[in-house]
Design a protein around this ligand. Sequence first.
Ligand code: SF4
Length: 333
Amino acid sequence: MNVIESLKEMDILKLMNRASEITLKHHGDIITLERAVFLSWWCERGDCAFCYMSTQKPRIREPSKARRNVNAILAEAEICRRLGWNIEFLSGGYGSFSPEEIKEIAERIRDITGSPVWLNTGITTDLEIYGDEVAGITGALEVANPDLQRKLCPSKPLEDIAEMLEAARDLGFRRGITIILGLGETPDDLRYLFEFIGDLEIDRVTFYALNPHEGTVFENQPQPATLYYAGTVAATRIEFPDLEIITGTWMDNLGSIGPLVLSGANGITKFPLFKMFGTSYGKRVEEEVRWAGRRLAGTFTDVERLRRGRSYPEIDPFIERYVNGCLKNLKLL
Ligand code: SF4
């Protein structure tokens, strides 16, 4: 099947059917809940045309104040462990923590969750410092068209991203990329994306749909159509049966989860966990996965699992704050 032609002809159901068969055969029927854990609310680059951070940069005068308290980050890791959520990666604007500090945080998270973490902490040449606390390195490619990428992400040269991923491969780390759909790319741009995935032996792709942030040039743009998003994911799945695919969905578009799962997503992400837990939105996520005929690893609704967990003297107050926030939403507190 020529998947790009099928996408151009809008033969989405055919793509989804094929992708679904491949996914069940190569990955089974489990769908994971993935949470990006942010290290800071600051970005040294701050000029990607679609990004919320780019609207904040002028307002943050002291970048050190935008760093999150490390205990709050670790508390989030414990909550993810309790709920069976994966930490998709440690993420944050460029330049917020040193590699040594990121390594220490990754080690502590690994000790809490029992799993090494992926990093999505910017373009770096300092990968040698990391060891078995890190599972993989993510290159935030963001745009599937190279000319558009240069224009929209002027401070993230794609050559540097590719170089970092090559270095990660040489050091034995897994490799991931992130792609946002709806930035002006076309189905033909998948040729470039597939080449990039193939050449760099990418293990994981996280797709997102454009979230048109106020104050950016995209603020009046629509999010991409669900079936275009699904068709793109399905085409990628068909081309790369073993690839891990994560798809991001905003809270205002939960209805796209079912089609994305049927198109080959292994995991779903981009939810405000503490706002959605136990609410009708959280239940909707579970229903979307159930009606796609898949099983969800982890929970969005189990209050007992949220409450029960390990105790760490220095992070307990932060854990309690998160748990109480969820319970208040549910009017259980
Ligand atoms: S580098 Fe990342 S955080 Fe910074 S502006 Fe670009 S997309 Fe946003």
